[in-house]
Design a protein around this ligand. Structure first.
Ligand SMILES: Cc1cc2nc3c(=O)[nH]c(=O)nc-3n(C[C@H](O)[C@H](O)[C@H](O)COP(=O)(O)OP(=O)(O)OC[C@H]3O[C@@H](n4cnc5c(N)ncnc54)[C@H](O)[C@@H]3O)c2cc1C
Length: 384
């Protein structure tokens, strides 16, 4: 067993750590307004090779391994959770196109995603279907060389300014469940698409909102994977992004932990440093060990992806544990700053609000535990 990073990974980690500290962290607070993440920043992430970097170089990627991708998410989230959020969705959409698209789709869509010129969203959730995502009702009706999309997607990250989206829509009967759902790569600037933006608690720069599709014409050539294979084939196997989400949350918490260790060391009370008291140092020691354990689980899941090993239950475990633990740690860090922690001037509250969103997005803890239970107990644990 070898827990060390190779020299390329060490270089990536130190370069991104410096970038996050110097360029992202100072303006993270400014991005806590209901304003879209600046396009320049997204283009910069593209120029740095951070958008969908695991796809091949021939289509704009870097052929990067998934452990390195995880390192990148953790480090960037330390500086700005929203920037890492762009990377996570680009990685997810890019990998789906790379692995399930045809040559034309790879050549047309991936260079745009990797460069940051096409910000992709993933549109699954509907007003009536969230956790029960395989039963989406939005319709895609075939008409010649096109599909006509009608319906509403809600709670979509980047809805307010994404350029494209992988949209899950029903091409088969409702009774067919997941087997009747197809995936489409849709240009969101085309006729018939309209959007809203929610007033969110956190990740405000992500512009979560609704997408409305009113007779939107999508070329049949933009269907990713087989008709009726949107869920069963395209979405399954993309568990690795759950480990990325967990690492984003862990990165945010690690940053607050580091800042809190410094604060309690310097803060004087009762004749010396606050760090002398176990009531102060133990929560930090516990946070450090727990974060390390969760982080290792994430890296193991990504390593399994790189090895071509199953990692569904592992990644679901990361997605449950990482955000939940990060919220607990961030809360503790906020409290250990005393009255200062309650102010918007310090970033702990923003990080905590940002992370809470991803306790829900991409599946809640309950749904992740169902996935883990299925791995543990098999089909007998299926409630439906
Ligand atoms: C910040 C954020 C970003 C998001 N981004 C996207 C996005 O980009 N694209 C997208 O498609 N969606 C996105 N979502 C939507 C998200 O995936 C759904 O909100 C989530 O899957 C839960 O669905 P729901 O809100 O309909 O809750 P419901 O499914 O109605 O669940 C409500 C509650 O019941 C629990 N519950 C449901 N079913 C079960 C069960 N079988 N057993 C036990 N408990 C259960 C849930 O855990 C939850 O606590 C985002 C959500 C958030 C908050």
């Amino acid at each position: 067993m070898d827990f060390s990073l190779n020299s390329d990974q060490q270089m990536l980690q130190s370069t991104l750590s410096e970038f996050a500290r110097r360029e992202l962290a100072p303006s993270y607070g400014k991005r806590d307004a209901e304003v879209d993440l600046p396009r320049d920043l997204i283009l910069q992430l593209g120029q740095m090779g951070l958008l969908a970097p695991t796809v091949g170089q021939a289509v704009g990627g870097q052929d990067l391994d998934h452990v390195s991708l995880g390192i990148a998410h953790e480090e960037i989230a330390r500086g700005d959770f929203n920037a890492a959020y762009v990377m996570m969705l680009a990685a997810l959409a890019g990998t789906i196109v790379a692995e399930h698209g045809d040559d034309r789709q790879r050549a047309a869509f991936l260079p745009e995603i990797c460069a940051g010129r096409a910000l992709p969203g993933l549109a699954v959730t509907e007003p009536g279907r969230g956790s029960d995502a395989a039963h989406v009702t939005m319709s895609a009706r075939r008409e010649g060389d096109e599909y006509i999309l009608n319906g509403e997607k809600t709670s979509i990250s980047f809805a307010s300014f994404a350029d494209t989206a992988l949209v899950m829509a029903r091409t088969g009967a409702v009774e067919a469940g997941a087997r009747g759902v197809s995936a489409f790569y849709v240009d969101l600037h085309c006729a018939g698409v309209s959007r809203t933006r929610f007033a969110d608690l956190g990740t405000r720069a992500v512009g979560r909102g609704q997408l409305f599709f009113d007779s939107v014409r999508v070329p049949a050539a933009n269907r990713i994977g087989p008709e009726g294979g949107g869920f069963a084939e395209v979405m399954q196997g993309f568990d690795f992004s759950r480990a990325l989400i967990a690492l984003m949350c862990i990165g945010a918490a690690e940053q607050s932990l580091e800042e809190t260790c410094q604060y309690v060391s310097e803060r004087q009370a009762f004749g010396g440093s606050l760090a002398r008291f176990e009531g102060v140092s133990f929560p930090l020691a516990e946070a450090s060990v727990r974060l390390r354990a969760a982080r290792l689980l994430c890296y193991e899941s990504l390593w399994r992806k790189d090895q071509g090993l199953p990692h569904t239950a592992e990644a679901a475990g990361c997605k449950w544990l990482g955000p939940e633990l990060a919220v607990e740690v961030l809360h503790q860090c906020l409290l250990l700053h005393g009255h200062l922690g309650f102010s918007r001037d310090l970033p702990h509250q923003q990080r905590m609000r940002d992370v809470i969103g991803l306790e829900i997005g991409d599946g809640t803890a309950q749904i992740m535990k169902l996935v883990v239970a299925r791995g543990l107990l098999g089909a007998v644990s299926r409630p439906y």
